[in-house]
Write a protein that binds this ligand. Structure first.
Ligand code: MN
Ligand code: MN
Length: 362
């Protein structure tokens, strides 16, 4: 059994579970090495307490699963069978306390599962999986580094085509085209390019606004590498953005630096948020920094932990988080500088290295 499955067995002991049924495809991949999107069909990794763990996969995927899965017991269900009945037969002992991912199981699936297994005790084990995922292995860190390197190359390449008069969506289309064509990569979330007043919207959607002189131009983008994401934001000046925005830029930059400098194993996450936010508040822009400082990054673009002002959890070596302070002035423009950071024994290693100095483009 691999390390991750063994760790889940310990969770089973600690929480007195009879069986764990993993249904989130990313978690099935994390634990077995078999990555698949089964759509409406049932895919599960099942760990009964007194029985070898097994995968239950759609029959048409059996070969694909056998080729890569480290879990060698593979059961299948045909399209003409009820997978929950197959599951019931495959679990040989009575299962009373069952570990599931409540955030992933829909009510419809839960009803079918509970009708088949007749259990009254369902325990959410998602937090255990999130905690396992938060500490990255050397291999995972390698993928995250590669994802960071590629997105920086794509951004660097894309900046060359920015000029006054083209639209935000023109730039998005070019970035994603080049990303696929030159790097064989796909975006880890919708590539975001926001210009002028649109950059003041932390969750703005790119549109047909034309880039104009004096605009701030904000890029927020990432790519997948073997299932691991990068997440990078840089804000540029198209020509002269004026004195106030130059000052605001320096404040965000210093907040980013202070946030990264605060990253260290054993430090409370809220202290990292405070390090960056405190500086922005001191400079008089506290109410314009409207979101948390950052989030965990890995198989999801946003995952545990949340780096916010009330999270007292401690940073641990091997976590990868984002540090992304921003200041947003409504109807005028916003500036955010986002980096991906690995928590190391010594403090922090920044995975993203793209220049943070205010750069004039266009
Ligand atoms: Mn981002
Ligand atoms: Mn982010």
């Amino acid at each position: 059994m691999n390390e991750r499955v063994l760790a889940l067995h310990r969770v089973m002991d600690q929480r007195s579970l009879d069986v764990i049924i993993i249904t989130q495809p990313k978690h099935v991949a994390y634990l077995s090495g078999y990555a698949s999107e089964p759509h409406e069909r049932f895919l599960g990794l099942v760990l009964p307490r007194a029985q070898e763990p097994f995968l239950l996969v759609p029959a048409l995927d059996e070969e694909a699963a056998r080729a890569v899965s480290s879990i060698t017991a593979i059961m299948t269900h045909k399209d003409t069978e009820n997978p929950y009945h197959v599951l019931k037969r495959a679990i040989r002992s009575t299962a009373k306390r069952i570990g599931i991912e409540k955030g992933h199981l829909t009510v419809a699936r839960y009803e079918q599962l509970s009708a088949a297994l007749d259990s009254k005790q369902w325990v959410d084990i998602n937090d255990s999986l999130q905690a396992m995922r938060a500490i990255k292995t050397t291999e995972e860190i390698g993928r995250l580094k590669e994802a960071a390197r590629i997105v920086e190359d794509v951004l660097k390449d894309g900046l060359k085509l920015v000029k006054v008069g083209i639209t935000e969506l023109d730039i998005v289309a070019e970035l994603e085209y080049r990303m696929k064509k030159q790097w064989g990569a796909s975006p880890s979330f919708a590539t975001t390019v926001l210009s002028g007043p649109n950059s003041a919207l932390p969750h703005g959607v790119p549109g047909l606004r034309k880039i104009a002189g004096g605009d701030l131009l904000l890029f927020d983008m990432g790519v997948w590498v073997d299932g691991y994401a990068s997440d990078l934001t840089r804000t540029f000046a198209v020509g002269d953005v004026g004195k106030q925005f130059q000052q605001v830029y320096d404040i965000v930059l210093e907040a980013n630096r202070l946030g990264i400098a605060a990253v260290c194993p054993g430090t409370a996450m809220k202290q990292v948020d405070e390090a960056a936010r405190g500086y922005i508040e001191e400079q008089g822009y506290g109410c314009y920094f409207t979101h948390r400082l950052g989030h965990g990054l890995g198989m999801d673009v946003h995952e545990y932990p949340s780096i916010n002002g009330v999270n007292e959890d401690l940073l641990c070596e091997g976590m990868v988080i984002t540090i992304e302070p921003g200041i947003y002035l409504k109807d005028r423009g916003g500036i955010r500088i986002e980096d991906d950071v690995l928590v190391t024994q010594a403090g922090a290693e920044t995975l993203t290295a793209f220049t943070r100095e205010l750069t004039v483009i266009g």
